[in-house]
Design a protein around this ligand. Structure first.
Ligand SMILES: Cc1cc2nc3c(=O)[nH]c(=O)nc-3n(C[C@H](O)[C@H](O)[C@H](O)COP(=O)(O)OP(=O)(O)OC[C@H]3O[C@@H](n4cnc5c(N)ncnc54)[C@H](O)[C@@H]3O)c2cc1C
Length: 392
């Protein structure tokens, strides 16, 4: 690491060494520019990246997100072969089982758009669901969707693999530095101030996750990203028995959960989460006493054989939420040289590599990897009240 304390310069500074900023530093450095990535923490991925359970899917309802995640899947699945690091990639697919007409209609309704954007996904019958999720409850099971190309990876291994690859290409990781101000002169980006000195740069990318609003305010722009807290947990390892990551989109009978999901990672541990029925806005990251009991009831009702697994650890992290559940990738019109790569909601880990390639292409080549219409749908200047993503 080559952190220089004062009077530093770079072609591009990325704020945030997280799920998005770290791969972005890699693709920018690979493109030949001098890039510095600044983070307040002592190592990459210590913001929300490490809170993710590692699910990686292109199974979305929004064309831009489908395209970005297909790109991410290509990168995750080939990383070990191309770079040598084991990032815990497990290609087991994603399975959304349905137990009622309502969920069947939602899931089947999404298939045409998903397929038209190149997703390998099918509706499968109850027999196949029982093979994919051994021990799943048969009660009311009508089938579900299965997308075999999706998978899982370890967020911390991945972010560190990107950080190493970025440094090998000349990127500098400036850690334990909090960005305190953006330097803007006559509408042009000049760099930024940190608590350990100034960095001059004509281009700055905000990839500050749940803190994007605070960092945006340093440029007098209002970035509509609010921290929304979610809990997760992990069990002791079990023999591998479950291929796909499973998402049950039914609202829970408990009245507290709108869906829940779990998978078995490459080390055999069951890793799980639920989405609370109401947003839990705020930055409190203390675990609640209700998470495990509520989750356990849902999980055991779905797969009774999981009733004896040992829960090893729980944690709580923050989704960087936008009002419409879709991400923000854009060039800031008010400040020449300022870019936004924020609002990743519950999918920043899976989106990270695809988003990074898209933003690196925008910054280096002047055009994103997405088609203009799809890229436009992620604009900072869109109407955030106009739509909602179905599988956010
Ligand atoms: C329980 C849970 C489960 C999840 N599961 C998944 C999943 O399975 N798959 C998935 O894709 N996503 C998942 N997510 C979501 C995912 O974790 C986030 O969307 C993602 O990490 C956001 O990436 P980011 O790069 O925007 O933010 P981060 O990874 O948080 O990176 C932002 C970085 O910016 C730094 N920063 C902010 N402000 C400053 C400043 N002023 N100065 C210096 N540094 C600063 C922070 O320290 C941080 O390191 C989950 C989240 C939670 C909470």
């Amino acid at each position: 690491m080559t952190a220089r304390p004062r009077g530093d310069t770079a072609d591009v500074v990325v704020i945030g060494a997280g799920s998005v900023g770290t791969p972005l530093a890699y693709y920018l450095a690979a493109g030949g520019v001098h890039v510095a990535v600044v983070d307040q923490h002592a190592s990459p991925g210590q913001g929300q990246n490490k809170a993710a359970i590692g699910g990686v899917r292109a199974t979305h309802s929004d064309p831009a997100k489908i395209r970005l995640c297909l790109d991410s899947l290509r990168i995750f699945s080939s990383w070990k072969e191309e770079h040598g690091d084991d990032i815990g990639w497990k290609k087991g697919g994603y399975c959304f089982p349905a137990f009622r007409q309502r969920e069947e209609t939602i899931l089947r309704g999404l298939l045409p758009i998903q397929k038209s954007h190149g997703l390998d996904i099918e509706w499968v019958g109850p027999e196949e669901i029982r093979t994919l999720i051994p021990g799943v409850s048969r009660e009311g099971l009508v089938g579900g969707t299965f997308s075999p190309g999706d998978g899982q990876a370890s967020p911390l291994r991945t972010v560190n693999a990107f950080a190493r690859a970025a440094e090998q290409r000349g990127a500098r990781l400036l850690l334990r530095r909090k960005v305190t101000a953006l330097r803007i002169d006559r509408g042009r980006m000049r760099g930024l101030e940190t608590d350990r000195g100034t960095i001059s740069a004509p281009v700055v990318v905000i990839a500050a996750g749940a803190e994007a609003r605070e960092v945006g305010a340093m440029a007098s722009i209002d970035v509509p990203v609010a921290p929304d807290s979610h809990e997760a947990g992990i069990t002791a390892p079990l023999e591998q028995f479950l291929g796909p990551l499973v998402v049950d989109i039914r609202p829970g009978p408990d009245g507290r959960t709108s869906n829940f999901y779990f998978g078995q990672n490459s080390e055999g541990q069951i890793i799980f989460c639920y989405t609370p029925s109401a947003l839990f806005v705020g930055t409190n990251r203390e675990s609640t006493s209700e998470f495990v009991p509520v989750l356990a009831r849902r999980m055991i009702a779905l797969v009774p054989r999981l009733k004896n697994v040992l829960v090893r650890r729980v944690w709580r992290g923050l989704y960087p939420m936008t009002p419409d559940g879709t991400i923000i990738l854009d060039r800031v019109r008010e400040v020449d040289g300022l870019f936004l790569s924020v609002g990743m909601c519950g999918q920043g880990f899976m989106l990270g590599p695809g988003v990074a390639r898209c933003m690196a292409s925008l910054i280096l080549e002047g055009r994103p990897t997405l088609e203009p219409g799809d890229f436009g749908s992620l604009s900072f200047y869109r109407d955030f009240g106009a739509r909602k993503e179905a599988l956010k």
